[in-house]
Design a protein around this ligand. Structure first.
Ligand code: ADP
Ligand code: MG
Length: 433
């Protein structure tokens, strides 16, 4: 099964905390140093640009306090992240405005905000923020150019209105392109990272499962092996007693029970050994559709299926694989049996094969049975896990351990009361000439 152990909500909440921390740190350092620099130059510590900077610092601190108070309570964390970062773009515009607007050295802060946004709200978020930044910057510089807005700090002649329009337009376009380029690149990288993290966690799940199976297999295989001989002696002795001693029907019935139960136990031990130590297969080249059709034909005659279940085939005709045919039919049989057992009355099982990229073939076995919850799916590969009164809980464990020896595994998708689909991926070979 592929399941992710990292919860995206928790992940986002964690990232939001970091964002809030860095925002405070960054604001303190950046605006603090700007104030110190200007204090040296400016005659009065209460000059208007400085006042705005004090206000900005206070504002950011207040906002951070507000965010911190609400972080745990807010349910829609993604929206919360959008709002926080949206406000950040506005704060950056204000910073740029009070530090000289067109001449400000702080326009790069837009890029910092966009990179942060890509880490929290991924590609779409960073594109939204790039648009917000571009709009704000464009409007601010335009207003300055037309003399509607006067920047606070005028160093020399670097007010937008003093430049020719092409120069102003050029700068706006440069900033906007930088915003979108950074949004695209960092969005792309963060999407990649998200994907890799997901794959890694699926792989981790799988490794844990394999380790657990290996350990339990080792331990239990030796016990199962020790079971076989005493069971055989037991069954043998009862059979001899039955033949030698003439008993009344009551005792005979009891002996039948002993024989039936020893049979069951020895079946269980054999099945278990099959799972724990699958015999090394005799690899053959198999034409997938013929092999599957053969197993399906047998299965249709089995009592688990007979009459109540229709099996639909959708088999791609020219797929060849390399596998022990016994293994293939064991895998298929177990999956078909589970599918049939999941269907209460009438239903269908669909078997589909198709070629996949990179020389793989996919086999899908879908049923419209009872389905499974996410919780249940986590346990189904555990040996002896069963939800059936007479189940052994070894079917899927056997399937899993056989597939392990071919370096492949099963994917499960299931929905309660809708059905289940098991998918396996096998290495494809070229058809023998
Ligand atoms: P068993 O069939 O003996 O119970 P398995 O290892 O084959 O053992 O299956 C383990 C459990 O997985 C089953 O008891 C059942 O709850 C669940 N399961 C497996 N396949 C399906 C399916 N196709 N639909 C619903 N549940 C399934
Ligand atoms: Mg089973």
């Amino acid at each position: 099964m592929r399941s992710s152990s990292t919860n995206p909500e928790n992940d986002l909440s964690h990232k939001l905390k970091w964002l809030m921390f860095f925002r405070i740190l960054f604001t303190s350092l950046l605006l603090g140093s700007t104030i110190i620099l200007h204090l040296g130059e400016s005659p009065s510590p209460l000059a208007s640009p400085l006042l705005v900077l004090y206000g900005l610092i206070a504002g950011v601190f207040l906002l951070s306090l507000f965010y911190a108070l609400f972080l745990q309570r807010v349910k829609r964390k993604v929206l919360f992240a959008y709002i926080q970062i949206g406000i950040d773009t506005f704060v950056v515009t204000l910073i740029i405005f009070v530090t000289g607007s067109f001449a400000s050295i702080f326009s790069f802060l837009y890029l910092v905000v966009i990179i942060c946004s890509s880490m929290l709200i991924f590609r779409r978020g960073s594109m939204v923020m790039a648009s917000l930044c571009s709009i704000q910057y464009g409007i601010m510089i335009d207003l300055e150019y037309y003399g509607i807005l006067n920047p606070f700090v005028m160093e020399g002649g670097s007010v937008a209105a003093n430049y020719v329009w092409s120069h102003v337009l050029y700068k706006i376009i440069i900033i906007m392109s930088a915003c979108f380029a950074v949004a695209f690149l960092s969005g792309f990288l963060s999407e990649q990272l998200k994907k890799t993290k997901k794959e890694l966690s699926a792989l981790e799940d799988r490794i844990k499962r394999v380790e657990k199976l290996a350990y339990m297999g080792e331990m239990a295989a030796s016990i199962a092996h020790e079971f076989k001989n005493p069971l055989a002696s037991l069954a043998g002795s009862i059979q001899i007693i039955k033949q030698e001693v003439h008993c009344d029907s009551e005792i005979d019935k009891l002996m039948q029970i002993v024989l039936r139960e020893t049979d069951r136990l020895s079946d269980l031990a054999n099945n278990f050994l099959l799972f724990a130590k699958p015999p090394a297969g005799k690899i053959e080249q198999i034409k997938l559709d013929s092999a599957l059709t053969e197993t399906v034909k047998l299965f249709e005659k089995d009592s688990a299926c007979s009459g109540r279940i229709s099996i639909l085939n959708e088999l791609s005709s020219d797929i060849w694989i390399e596998m022990d045919p016994v293994h293939l039919s064991q895998v298929l049989w177990n999956l078909l049996l589970n599918a049939a057992e999941a269907i209460e009355n009438r239903g269908f099982i669909k078997i589909k094969t198709y070629p996949l990229k990179h020389n793989y073939a996919g086999i899908e076995i879908a049923d419209d049975g009872c389905g499974m919850s996410r919780e249940l799916i986590k346990s189904i590969f555990n040996p002896f896990f069963t939800t059936k009164p007479n189940g052994t809980g070894l079917g899927l464990s056997i399937v899993h351990s056989i597939l392990e020896s071919y370096n492949t595994w099963l994917d499960v998708e299931s929905e309660v009361n809708k059905g289940t689909t098991f998918t396996l991926k096998l290495k494809r070979i070229d058809p023998p000439s």
